[in-house]
Design a binder for this molecule. Structure first.
Ligand SMILES: Nc1ncnc2c1ncn2[C@@H]1O[C@H](COP(=O)(O)OP(=O)(O)O)[C@@H](O)[C@H]1O
Ligand SMILES: [Mg+2]
Length: 247
């Protein structure tokens, strides 16, 4: 589904955080919002997910205006938020259970455990899984939610560098299958280059989009990524300069 944000503003305790945010995302496009910590990335996803009202502005999905909670978004918040007293299977079918469709939710989930690298852990508890596995479980729960637009808030930020790399490879491989419009939020430049069709740089106080970068490469590998030093440096400069506007 396509998404459009128009003239969006948000403030927190009287100070403006997001200023005049405008964004159009195409159906099935993978867009990354890249910005330093505190720039307002989570605020923007919270607004899209409907858990935080904006000061003003408009959100459209397929040209229909959305206000508040909407069935169009599958939201993976910054913390994995798995419930410690529920098994992994119970955790991942949570949304299905809320929608009173426990049996089919369970079937669909069980079919996906292998693909998400969680086979054999269906009846384990979150504390028994590694950080990477917990993130995959949280991801599976988001994917099973069925909503067409995925909102991913720094899904791999808490992981060690090796696990993070594995998870990025895994997400890259899964993209084709998920086949959904995705908005990823991150402060990791390489993660953004590796995964995105398009990167939007969010900086400044208040923050707005300072630069857009389209990446067309179809065959991305780690080798390809390591060779993108020029692009990496260009993005770094935009992130840094955007921040310098504060002074
Ligand atoms: N619950 C909160 N407590 C304190 N500050 C907040 C809170 N929510 C938002 N803010 C303010 O909003 C800004 C953006 O926060 P956030 O959207 O979480 O940034 P990001 O996700 O990019 O790190 C912060 O710099 C802070 O000033
Ligand atoms: Mg955040």
């Amino acid at each position: 589904m396509k998404l459009r944000i128009k003239n969006l503003y948000s403030s927190y305790h009287g100070s403006l955080i997001l200023e005049n945010i405008n964004l159009s995302v195409k159906d099935r496009e993978f867009v990354t919002i890249l910005g330093p910590s505190g720039s307002g990335k989570s605020t923007l996803l919270n607004i899209l997910a409907g858990v935080l009202p904006p000061d003003k502005g408009y959100i459209f999905v397929e040209d229909v205006e959305i206000k508040g909670l909407s069935k169009n978004f599958a939201y993976m918040p910054q913390q994995d938020l798995l419930m410690p007293w529920k098994t992994i299977l119970e955790n991942v079918i949570l949304y299905g259970t809320i929608n009173n469709d426990k049996k089919s939710a369970k079937e669909r989930a069980l079919n996906s455990f292998e693909r998400f690298g969680l086979k054999g852990y269906e009846n384990r508890y979150p504390r028994e899984l590694s950080g990477g596995m917990r993130q995959r479980a949280a991801f599976l729960r988001t994917a099973l939610c069925g909503a067409d637009i995925m909102l991913l808030d720094e899904p791999f930020a808490a992981l060690d560098v090796i696990t993070r790399g594995q998870m990025q490879d895994w997400l890259k491989g899964l993209r084709q299958e998920l086949n959904r419009t995705t908005i990823l939020v991150t402060h990791d430049i390489d993660e953004a280059i590796y995964l995105s069709d398009r990167i939007l740089i969010l900086t400044g106080k208040p923050a707005s989009f300072k630069k857009e970068i389209v990446i067309t490469e179809k065959n991305r590998s780690r080798e390809w990524l390591f060779a993108q030093t020029e692009l990496h440096n260009e993005i770094y400069k935009y992130l840094k300069d955007g921040d310098m506007e504060i002074c």
